[in-house]
Design a protein around this ligand. Structure first.
Ligand code: CA
Ligand code: CA
Ligand code: CA
Length: 466
């Protein structure tokens, strides 16, 4: 994460902050304002420049943090730094490095967390000092699997778009982050309220648990990828995230993975459960020959979200038709391990299936999914060039079922393991929709269509006179 900011006594600085993921329990900040520092020279000059470049290091090493060298700070609740640090301007006008504490903080490494709680850190961007540490108070003692395993907070998302009051947003984005969202290993989605201009109020009350991800059997689902937080046109804040984790060897074996789910939930300021949400489902999944290329595709339901439903979910499991129209579901070990993206009124996400079970044929595939953001419904017109012929049209890109009906594809394999890069080109296609270009990790690019800008009534209220 690179950020630029003004220090109190100096000019603008450009700072790079990075973590170590599985490589260690620490993050570092480098001052990269002056690129000439990176030019090779004689050794002594290089050493001087390197010392000036390292701003600080924050780790779990409490003894190092306690030394007189003020470049080092520490806290034992920091685990392996899987939570990508973010540089954010907060409502006191100052810049901070904001991160979750990552995983395995309770490992017996001499600097172990005593609680295993999922924790949020706000660090002073200049010194690395812990400005605030806000704990979810949810750790070993709260392990839903009663195995007393530690928890950990994933990569955080800052939301700047006004403040929520009685379920409605007031105000506008002003460059200062108001809320921070992040998931944890137990499936909780947390909201940290940093909307006050007085930092004393940040963390003064406990963070809000907005959701606990659980499958239909009430088994908790880890949330390890970054949450996408969006203000919709009706002033709802919606959060998009999937469940899953790919941290340990066993996470790549289907036998160990229960059904995972993708969610779009409303931040209503209260704790929601699966029963508060609209369920969408995958009703068709098979290889499909688009006159030339064959890819596995998915069709999904298009239920409408009603006023009482505070979001939606779709379970990631493969429907299998017995030939008589009876559908059963097969678990392929599908997970979401990278963050989703909202563009116009659609949400894009990538799922991962990586079965490495030694006794079975390895599966390695990814679905790129695109669904309606507000309801999770299948789209009513295609937006992805599913047959890769360079144009987007129903005739070429839809799937025709055995009954002759033409359906919009909600997901297709073969776009890679990461969320593709989506660029709006500014071009408009013949039907009035905006065109974009989507490039996958193999640098293959396809056209996509953004929705037509149509205005519809979002809700109404009937006022009775008697
Ligand atoms: Ca440690
Ligand atoms: Ca703000
Ligand atoms: Ca096409």
């Amino acid at each position: 994460m690179k950020g630029e900011f003004v220090t109190g006594s100096d000019s603008w600085r450009t700072v790079l902050v990075g973590g170590l993921r599985r490589g260690g329990q620490g993050i570092y900040a480098l001052d990269i304002t002056d690129p000439s520092r990176f030019v090779n020279g004689d050794n002594s000059a290089d050493n001087t420049r390197a010392a000036a470049t390292l701003l600080w290091e924050f780790s779990d090493d409490v003894a190092l943090g306690a030394t007189a060298d003020d470049k080092y700070t520490a806290d034992a609740d920091l685990g392996y730094s899987y939570s990508d640090p973010q540089i954010m301007r907060l409502n006191d006008g100052n810049f901070y490095v904001v991160l979750g504490n990552g995983y395995n903080s309770t490992e017996a490494d001499g600097n172990a967390s005593s609680t295993g709680d999922a924790v949020l850190y706000l660090l002073n961007v200049v010194t690395g000092e812990v400005f605030k540490k806000i704990s979810t108070q949810t750790g070993m003692n709260e392990d839903p699997n009663t195995g007393s395993l530690g928890n950990g907070l994933a990569t955080v998302t800052g939301f700047d778009g006004g403040q929520l009051s009685d379920g409605h947003l007031a105000g506008k984005a002003d460059g200062k982050v108001d809320y921070v969202y992040a998931g944890d290993l137990f499936g909780n989605v947390w909201k940290f309220d940093l909307s006050s201009t007085d930092p004393d109020n940040w963390g003064a009350s406990a963070p809000t648990r907005l959701f606990t991800a659980q499958d239909a059997s009430a088994k908790n689902q880890p949330v390890t990828s970054k949450i996408e937080a969006v203000r919709l046109s009706n002033n709802e804040i919606m959060l998009y995230f999937g469940s899953g984790k790919l941290l340990e060897q066993s996470d790549a074996q289907t036998v160990n993975i229960s059904t995972q789910t993708f969610y779009g939930i409303v931040d209503s300021g209260t704790t929601l459960t699966r029963s508060n949400l609209l369920e969408q489902s995958i009703y068709f999944q098979d290889d499909y020959n688009f006159s030339g290329i064959t890819k596995e595709v998915r069709l999904t339901t298009e239920h409408t979200r009603n006023a009482s439903q505070q979001g939606w979910f779709i379970d990631l499991k493969k429907p299998v038709d017995d030939g008589n129209g009876n559908i059963s579901y097969e678990n392929e070990g599908e997970q979401v391990i990278v963050g989703a993206r909202f563009i116009d009124n659609y949400v894009y996400f990538v799922t991962n299936i990586s079965n490495q079970d030694a006794c079975l044929t390895p599966i390695e595939k990814n679905f790129l999914m695109v669904l309606s953001a507000r309801s999770g419904a299948s789209l009513n017109s295609v937006v992805i060039d599913t047959n890769e012929d360079g144009t987007i049209d129903e005739a070429g890109d839809n799937v025709t079922l055995s009954d002759g009906s033409s359906k919009t594809v909600s997901g297709r394999t073969g776009f890679g393991t990461q969320l593709p890069i989506i660029i709006k080109t500014g071009d408009v296609s013949s039907d009035g929709s905006e065109e974009s270009v989507i490039c996958d990790v193999n640098n293959k690019c396809h056209k996509v269509k953004s929705p037509k800008k149509t205005w519809t009534r979002l809700s109404w209220e009937e006022i009775r006179t008697q």
